[in-house]
Design a protein around this ligand. Structure first.
Ligand code: PLP
Length: 330
C-alpha cells in the first residue's frame, strides 16, 4: 500500500478522473481512522464489535470536504482556472481556501451571514479567501456563488462539481478495506446531500453486498424527508442547515437502491448523540456529524439492526467551540 500521507489521489489514482498530467494538490487527506465503538454500541442496545466511527474530522482541515477538494482543486488547476469559489456553511469554505492556497489559486467564498461556526470562518480568513457574506440561508449563498462563477470564470467547487463527488467516494473504499468487508448499514448526516451521493457511488464501484444508506437531516431542515424545500431551515447543526439540497435526487437514488432510509432527528437528539460520542468514546465531532449517530440510537432501540454498522463523523468538534459553551455550561 502507498503511504497514506500521500493523499487520496496517489492512493486511488486508478479510480479517479486524473491522468499523469493532472497536478496533484494534496494535504495528505483521507486514511482517516475507523474507530470501534463498543460503549456506544452497548448504549444503543447492539452487540460489541458492531459499531464503527469513520472520523472524518481527522482530515487536514478537519472535515471530509478535503477528499473532494483535493480532486476538484487539482482539476481546476489542470484546466487553467483563475480561481475557485463556493457557497458554504463553513467547511467547504475552509477546505477550498486551504487547497486553493496550496495550489496558488484565488478563492472566494459565499457564506450565510451569522450562520458559520467560528473555527471555519477563522480557517477561510487565515488561508486568504475573499469572504462574501450573504443574507439568508446557505441556499441563497449557493445561488450567489453560481452567479459569480458564470461572471468571473472561477470554478465552482461546491458538491455540484462532479470531481468533489469523485474524491469523496474514496471514503467508502477505505471503510471496506479497513473493515475487510462491506458494512451492513451506514449512518450519516445529510445536508446538501453530496456526501451520501459520493459514498453510494464508492460502494457501487466495489464488488459485493452494499450497505443500507441511512441518512439523517435535522428536523428543522429536513426538505428531503418532508418532500419540499424549506425556505428558512433551522437547526443547531449549522453544517446541515440547508433547505434545498443540490443532490436531492441522487440522495433519493442512494436511499432507494440501497433499501435505506432518509429520516429526521431533532436538535435534542443530535445534541444528545454528540455529547455521548464525546463522553462514551472520547470522540469530539461537530454537532452536525452526530445526526447519523442520533439516527442510529433511534433505530437501535427499535431492534431492527444487525451486522456491521458504520457511522460517518463528518467534521471535527473544534470547528465549533461556541456550541458546547452555550449548551453544556455546567
Ligand atoms: C458538509 C457537511 C455535512 C453535509 O454533507 P452534504 O454532502 O452537504 O450532505 C455534514 N457535516 C459536516 C461537518 C459537513 O461539513
Amino acid at each position: 500500500m502507498l503511504n497514506p500521507a500521500l493523499g487520496i489521489i496517489s492512493r486511488y489514482r486508478d479510480r479517479l478522473p486524473v491522468t499523469d498530467k493532472t497536478p496533484v494538490v494534496t494535504l495528505g487527506e483521507g486514511a482517516t481512522p475507523l474507530i470501534r465503538a463498543d460503549r456506544l454500541a452497548e448504549y444503543a442496545g447492539l452487540p460489541a464489535d458492531s459499531v464503527y466511527l469513520k472520523f472524518e474530522g481527522s482530515n487536514p482541515t478537519g472535515s471530509f470536504k478535503d477528499r473532494g477538494m483535493a480532486v476538484a482543486v487539482s482539476k481546476a488547476l489542470e484546466e487553467g482556472a483563475r480561481g475557485v469559489l463556493c457557497a458554504s456553511t463553513g467547511n467547504t469554505a475552509a477546505s477550498a481556501a486551504a487547497y486553493a492556497a496550496r495550489a496558488g489559486l484565488r478563492c472566494m467564498v459565499f457564506l450565510p451571514k451569522g450562520g458559520v461556526a467560528l473555527g471555519k470562518l477563522a480557517q477561510a480568513l487565515m488561508h486568504g479567501a475573499k469572504i462574501k457574506e450573504v443574507k439568508g440561508s446557505f441556499d441563497k449563498a449557493l445561488i450567489a456563488a453560481f452567479a459569480e462563477a458564470k461572471k468571473s470564470g472561477f470554478v465552482a467547487v461546491n458538491s455540484s462539481n462532479p470531481y468533489r463527488i469523485e474524491g469523496q467516494k474514496t471514503a467508502a473504499f477505505e471503510i471496506s478495506e479497513v473493515l475487510g468487508r462491506m458494512p451492513d448499514y451506514q449512518f450519516m448526516p445529510v445536508g446538501n446531500a453530496g456526501n451520501i451521493t459520493a459514498y453510494w457511488k464508492g460502494y457501487r464501484e466495489l464488488k459485493g453486498s452494499k450497505p443500507k444508506m441511512m441518512g439523517f437531516q435535522a428536523a428543522g431542515a429536513a426538505p428531503i424527508v418532508l418532500g419540499n424545500p424549506i425556505p428558512n431551515p433551522r437547526t443547531v447543526a449549522s453544517a446541515i442547515r440547508i433547505g434545498n439540497p443540490y443532490s436531492w435526487q441522487a440522495a433519493l437514488r442512494a436511499r432507494d437502491e440501497s433499501n435505506g432510509v432518509i429520516a429526521a432527528v431533532t436538535d435534542r437528539e443530535i445534541l444528545n448523540a454528540w455529547r455521548l460520542l464525546a463522553r462514551l468514546e472520547g470522540v469530539f465531532c461537530e454537532p452536525s456529524s452526530a445526526a447519523g449517530v442520533a439516527g442510529l440510537l433511534k433505530s437501535g432501540k427499535k431492534g431492527h439492526l444487525s451486522g456491521k454498522i458504520v457511522c460517518i463523523l463528518t467534521g471535527h468538534g473544534l470547528k465549533d467551540p461556541d456550541t458546547p459553551l452555550k449548551i453544556f455550561k455546567s
